[in-house]
Design a protein around this ligand. Structure first.
Ligand code: GRG
Length: 303
């Protein structure tokens, strides 16, 4: 019953998201000045400042504030997770990966700057992300900064995003069951969302129990993100086609609706929201409001 009360709370989630996103945008803009060599800095800025929902920085900041920390303490890390996210998108769009021409409504990085520069822009963003946390974090015990860098490195590498991507690539054209689908999503999507929130909690001064609660919350959010994405793909394309079977029900790609049916996928999403809210239940209600609303925003978004 407690988790139902968030709706009634006087908390303006849209206002919260917009104001935080603006601050993050400004901090990202400041993090990469246009300097020599101009081409690489422009390419980095092109994708980083192209828009996007800024869900990861928001998670990082909200988790920090949840445990009583200050926004300024996590801003460099909030920027770092968006730099990492952006570099994975740049590399994911390359001809040797997904070969996409459009991202965030604009031509992809390699379409504008060429493949060579796009690869380097991704590399430079990844490197800068760690440098930025190490160099710019202030007002936090060094031990906590080290722990945050550890969490970030783990989320990106061969136990994180890279693991998800390689298993995804290797599954192409093969039968993918629910266990494998979940493995891919947990690594490609949840790991970085999880790292964003966990780093926010660590830098905000959380004890280990609270860090684990935030970790479990964000793991639900990551899966939720994917389940809802899969559901929207089906419902959107069936609207477009005016038919019951959507694009992803007929394509080769494994999705939740395909493997468990649309109704069960919706039930799974509902369970994940409930679980996410449950993890927040021991925190101060007002401080948990942004994360509670974020869970619902991800669950009930229409596109
Ligand atoms: C780390 C060197 C290195 C490589 C990464 C390419 C790759 C290996 C991994 C791919 C990871 C990937 C593209 C995962 C999908 C993540 C995802 C859910 C993207 C969509 O995120 P949104 O909706 O996007 O938050 P916006 O544009 O709003 O930021």
């Amino acid at each position: 019953a407690e988790k139902q009360t968030y709706d009634e709370q006087a908390f303006d989630f849209d206002e919260y998201m917009i104001s935080k996103a603006k601050k993050v945008h400004k901090a990202l803009d400041d993090a990469i000045p246009i300097q020599e060599p101009i081409k690489i800095h422009e390419a980095m800025r092109y994708s980083l400042l192209a828009g996007g929902k800024r869900v990861r920085p928001l998670l990082c900041i909200a988790a920090c504030e949840l445990v009583g920390g200050d926004e300024n303490a996590v801003m460099p890390t909030a920027c770092a997770v968006e730099m990492i996210h952006t570099m994975t998108l740049i590399h994911d769009d390359l001809p040797c990966m997904d070969n996409d021409d459009l991202r965030r409504g604009k031509p992809t990085n390699h379409k504008v700057y060429g493949e060579d520069t796009a690869i380097l822009a991704g590399d430079a963003l990844l490197s800068l992300s760690f440098e930025h946390v190490a160099a710019r974090t202030t007002g936090v015990l060094p031990d906590r900064v080290l722990r945050a860098i550890n969490v970030l490195g783990n989320a990106v590498g061969s136990e994180g995003l890279v693991a998800g991507q390689i298993v995804d690539i290797d599954s192409e054209g093969k039968q993918v069951d629910l266990t494998k689908l979940e493995y891919i999503h947990v690594h490609k999507t949840s790991k970085l969302l999880e790292a964003a929130a966990v780093c926010g909690a660590i830098l905000g001064g959380a004890d280990s129990d609270d860090v684990e609660r935030v970790r479990r919350y964000s793991r639900c959010i990551g899966l939720l993100f994917q389940v809802v994405d899969d559901i929207l793909d089906v419902t959107k394309s069936s609207e477009e086609l005016g038919k019951t079977a959507g694009k992803d029900l007929v394509s080769d790609k494994a999705t939740y609706p395909k493997l468990m049916g649309l109704e069960n996928a919706r039930k799974f999403a509902d369970q994940l929201v409930a679980q996410a809210l449950e993890e927040l239940s021991s925190f101060d209600h007002a401080k948990a409001a942004p994360l509670a609303h974020l869970a619902k925003y991800i669950a009930y978004r229409q596109n």
